[in-house]
Design a protein around this ligand. Structure first.
Ligand SMILES: N#Cc1c(-c2ccc3ccn(Cc4ccccn4)c3c2)n[nH]c1N
Length: 250
């Protein structure tokens, strides 16, 4: 059976993209079972309040603990009785969301995402949840968003494409830049398709040569040059893994 994903948010419509394309197809094939929940379902006041002023003062508002506590209780109760979900909390102060973390999360049967808004969720919600389920606080990058919903879209897409059978044979993640392996750690080189000439620009002739050894070498060089230019930090990691690889083959 596929993976179950629950998302609790005050903007369920923000997660509608999960119903289309790659993730939509995976759901249709039963590889992914996505349940969206409106956090306000667990408010009990006429204004359906989910936020309040921060203790200790400071700008903005903090998300109240009560609705989140009841929402996470309900998510757990609605899922498989013999399992606990891994709670994934997008936050600027989380661990980096990397391909490695995506692969780890893709191996789990049930994920519950808690995208917040305002300045975040009352800390006691995370602390209390962590006594009953694994909790991962992760950040998708070094920039500031207004909330966690778009981070959930990023994480779910990165995770869903790793699930067996989800990626059609048209897209392959075998040699992803960030996936461990041969061309691991390097950025992708340039890609080309027909026509062979377009607006006076020809495709590099090596790619038309049919010489697969030469093509592979050219692609490695292109990947290296591009990585050196755009991500010199990855070159160091690549050198290490290339060295280890030679060691293993020696
Ligand atoms: N993942 C991730 C994120 C986020 C993120 C995630 C969730 C929330 C919930 C509220 N805010 C606004 C906010 C701004 C500033 C300080 C605290 N909170 C979020 C921002 N920003 N950047 C990333 N890579």
């Amino acid at each position: 059976h596929g993976m179950r994903i629950d998302v609790v948010t005050i903007f369920p419509e923000y997660l509608e993209p999960l119903n289309v394309s790659l993730v939509g197809k995976a759901r249709a094939r039963g590889q992914l079972d996505v349940h969206l929940h409106d956090l306000r379902s667990w408010t009990h006041d006429v204004h359906r309040t989910v936020d309040d002023t921060p203790y200790g003062g400071g700008p903005g508002m903090v998300m109240k603990p009560e609705p989140w506590g009841e929402a996470l209780d309900a998510v757990r109760a609605a899922g498989p009785a013999d399992q606990v979900p891994t709670l994934v909390v997008p936050t600027p102060s989380g661990v980096p969301f990397t391909q490695e973390l995506a692969q780890e999360l893709a191996a789990r049967p049930w994920l519950a995402f808690a995208p917040a808004r305002y300045e975040g969720i009352d800390r006691r919600v995370i602390e209390e949840a962590a006594t009953r389920m694994p909790v991962v606080e992760a950040s998708i990058g070094d920039y500031v968003l207004a909330g966690g919903e778009v981070a959930v879209l990023v994480m779910v897409e990165a995770i869903a494409r790793l699930l067996p059978g989800v990626l059609g044979n048209a897209e392959s993640h075998r040699d992803d830049s960030f996936a461990p392996g041969a061309m691991a750690d390097l950025l992708e080189g340039p890609v080309y398709t027909k026509p062979a000439e377009w607006r006076g620009r020809a495709v590099p002739e090596v790619l038309l040569s049919g010489n697969h050894g030469r093509i592979a070498r050219w692609r490695r060089e292109q990947a290296f040059t591009r990585t050196l230019a755009n991500r010199p930090d990855l070159v160091a990691r690549w050198r290490l893994s290339a060295f280890d690889k030679k060691e293993r083959e020696a």
